[in-house]
Design a protein around this ligand. Structure first.
Ligand code: ADP
Ligand code: ADP
Length: 223
C-alpha cells in the first residue's frame, strides 16, 4: 500500500527572484520501499524532503500520507503527524552532548505524551535495532561519528514512524563508515521499514530498491 502520494506537487519560493524549485507530476512511495532520490545541488532535493517531512507546504498539489490528505492541515496537526509518522535523519547528528545515548533517543518522545516508562522501553529497543544496545549510558562525545549517526537513527526510529526520511545521512562519514550506515538502512528496510534517502552522491544512491533522479525540480524514475 502507498505510504506517500504526491499529485502535481509544486513549490515556488516567492522571492524575488521567484524560484520554481519543485514540479512533480506523480510520486508514489509504497510501504517497504527503500527509495533513493539523487540529484545535483540546487535540483530541489531539500525542497522535496521538507514537503515530505511536513516542514514546508507545497504551493500547489496534494500530499497524501498514509491515506490522509495532509496538504491543508493546520500547523498543530502537521506537527502532530510529523511527530508520529516521520523519522528524520540528517547529515549532522544533532545529539545533545550532556545527555546519554538513551536520553537522546528518549527526547523524541518529549512532546507526544508518551509515558517515561514507555519512552525508555522504546528508546532501548531502538538502540538495540541500530546495534548500540550496550551504549545506553554512554555520552555521544565518547562515540565515533558512525556510532553517533546510529544514535540519531535510533532517535528517528523510536516513535515507529511510517517513513524514515534521510537527508545526506552519510555526508559527514568516511566511506567505510558510510557503507556500514547504508547497510543498516538496508537491514531496517528488510525488516519492513520504509526509507527515503536523499543524496547528491551517485554511489550512495545505488542503495535501496528504487532510484528517483532529480533535475531542475522534476523527478524521473530510472527503470
Ligand atoms: P518563501 O518566499 O517561500 O516564504 P523565503 O524567501 O521567505 O521563502 O525564505 C525562507 C528561508 O529560506 C529564509 O530563511 C531564507 O534565508 C532561506 N533562503 C532564501 N533563499 C534561499 C536559497 N536560494 N537557498 C536556500 N535557502 C534560501
Ligand atoms: P537541493 O537540496 O537539491 O540542493 P534545494 O531544494 O535546496 O535543492 O533548492 C532548489 C532551488 O530552490 C534552488 O534554486 C535554491 O536556490 C532554491 N531555494 C531553496 N530554498 C529556498 C528558499 N527558502 N527561498 C528561495 N529559494 C530557495
Amino acid at each position: 500500500t502507498a505510504v506517500v502520494e504526491l499529485r502535481e506537487v509544486s513549490r515556488v519560493y516567492a522571492g524575488p527572484p521567484e524560484v520554481h524549485a519543485l514540479a512533480t507530476s506523480s510520486v508514489t512511495i509504497d510501504e517497504g520501499d527503500f527509495v533513493t532520490i539523487v540529484g545535483p545541488s540546487g535540483s530541489g532535493k531539500s525542497t522535496l524532503l521538507n514537503i515530505l517531512g511536513l516542514l514546508d507546504k507545497p504551493t500547489a498539489g496534494t500530499y497524501t500520507l498514509r491515506g490522509q490528505d495532509v496538504t491543508l492541515l493546520s500547523e498543530n496537526d502537521r506537527a502532530r503527524v510529523r511527530g508520529t509518522d516521520i523519522g528524520f535523519v540528517f547529515q549532522s547528528f544533532h545529539l545533545l552532548e550532556q545527555r546519554t545515548c538513551l536520553e537522546n533517543v528518549m527526547l523524541s518522545d518529549l512532546y507526544n505524551g508518551t509515558s517515561e516508562r514507555e519512552s525508555r522501553s522504546r528508546a532501548s529497543e531502538a538502540l538495540e535495532a541500530v546495534g548500540l544496545g550496550s551504549f545506553e549510558r554512554r555520552l555521544p562525545t565518547e562515540l565515533s561519528g558512525g556510532q553517533q549517526q546510529r544514535v540519531a537513527i535510533a532517535r528517528a526510529l523510536a516513535a515507529n514512524p511510517a517513513v524514515l526520511l534521510c537527508d545526506e545521512p552519510t555526508g559527514n562519514l568516511d566511506s567505510v563508515t558510510a557503507n556500514a550506515i547504508l547497510a543498516l538502512f538496508d537491514e531496517l528496510n528488510d525488516a519492513g521499514r520504509t526509507v527515503v534517502l536523499i543524496t547528491h552522491d551517485a554511489e550512495v544512491a545505488r542503495y535501496g530498491n528504487r532510484t528517483l533522479h532529480m533535475l531542475d525540480g522534476t523527478l524521473g524514475e530510472k527503470s
